[in-house]
Design a protein around this ligand. Structure first.
Ligand code: FE2
Length: 206
């Protein structure tokens, strides 16, 4: 039987999905699209998106470090740390989305895939295996420190260039979230007796 064309449509219709398609990229990484009506010049958007991508790569790495810690934690504080690490993971995930979308709205291209993030991040790669709690927390604090340092530099530069939106995102969301998480983590590294109070005479140096 001859193939029948459905009238009213141009060309032949076919219900088969067109899978395995390929084509060139529509925008290269490291570029910004032109003429967005944001009242921010192209060189400003280029510099901001480059720095935001660094902050994004580090935030994605810290986010993943939190999930690793959530899964691999061990010891008497397992339950509370298991929950705390996941709470911080969720908060970092929100920051990842806000940063990536800020880069896109500025006309840039957000870094996205793990392999590219691994090549870009300034946070030291942890071993695949499990580590003890003080080491897990120290790693997380080191990562926060890198991010907070970047936030301060980026916020100052954004204010200088007149990119108030980036300044606000970096200060109000990224930096404040990181500062608060640093506090919650750091308090776990204070040596405190769990059951029996230490008499003043027993204290070191007393
Ligand atoms: Fe979980």
């Amino acid at each position: 039987m001859a193939k029948k064309e459905i009238s009213g449509f141009r060309g032949k219709l076919n219900s088969q999905p067109r899978i395995h398609q390929t084509a060139g990229q529509i925008q290269a990484y490291g570029t910004v699209s032109h003429a967005l009506p944001l009242e921010l010049e192209e060189p400003v958007r280029l510099e901001m998106t480059e720095q935001l991508n660094q902050l994004l790569a580090d935030t994605m790495t810290l986010r993943d470090l939190y999930k690793k810690s959530h899964w691999q934690v061990a010891g008497p504080t397992f339950y509370q740390l298991h929950l705390l690490f996941d709470k911080h993971y969720d908060e970092q995930s929100e920051l990842v989305d806000s940063l990536a979308e800020r880069i896109q709205l500025l006309g840039g291209v957000s870094i996205a895939m793990a392999a590219d993030v691994a090549e870009t991040t300034q946070i030291k790669r942890p071993p695949r295996g499990r580590e003890e709690v003080p080491v897990q927390i120290s790693r997380l604090l080191d990562a926060h420190q890198i991010i907070i340092r970047e936030c301060r530099l980026l916020a100052r530069r954004a204010a200088q260039l007149g990119d108030d939106g980036t300044n606000d995102l970096v200060v109000s969301d990224v930096m404040r979230t990181n500062e608060l998480q640093v506090w919650f983590l750091s308090e776990h590294l204070v040596e405190m007796p769990l059951v029996k109070a230490v008499e003043p005479a027993q204290r070191k140096g007393a």
